[in-house]
Ligand binder design. Structure first.
Ligand code: FES
Length: 148
């Protein structure tokens, strides 16, 4: 695994401003930023792992755990926020016992929050895999999750 990560990142070695492209490359290849990859990047760029965690956790695109079988995304864009998106997110967090960026222990679900799905008329919106669920309410979110 370490060798695979080394090869993946070799072209970025010593490159100024290489952190984000490296993180993107690892995320794209592995689906998440593994501890081994973070350690390797820290060595290549001569920065601390905590610095990398600090930068990566600022961006919603990076995750530190592998994705689950089902991707659950809750919209917190303006229209969804105004119509109760936060309550939907809180319900999903409680039901799955994870926070955005996390994966359930059985790797069945991953959770993310997004800024807008582009279907604001259906707000608040939740998307599981490619299925769009609109006009969500907390009870409806619970029921839909139970169906998976
Ligand atoms: S704000 Fe949620 S779909 Fe646009």
């Amino acid at each position: 695994m370490v060798e695979q990560i080394e090869n993946m990142l070799a072209s970025y070695k010593g490159e100024k401003g290489g952190l984000i492209p490296m993180l993107q490359k690892v995320q794209q290849r592995l689906g998440y930023l593994s501890p081994e990859a973070v350690s390797q990047i820290a060595k290549l760029l001569n920065i601390s792992e905590s610095e990398i965690f600090g930068v990566a956790s600022f961006y919603a695109q990076f995750r530190f755990t592998p994705s689950g079988e089902h991707s659950v995304k809750v919209c917190l864009g303006t229209a969804c926020h105004v119509r109760g998106g936060v309550r939907i997110l809180e319900t999903v967090e409680r039901e799955l016992n994870i926070v955005p960026g996390g994966t359930t222990q059985d790797y069945k679900f991953s959770l993310e929050r997004v800024a807008c799905f582009g279907c604001c008329a259906l707000a608040p919106v939740m998307v599981i895999d490619k299925e769009v669920y609109g006009r969500m309410a907390p009870a409806k979110a619970k029921q839909i999750l139970a169906e998976y």
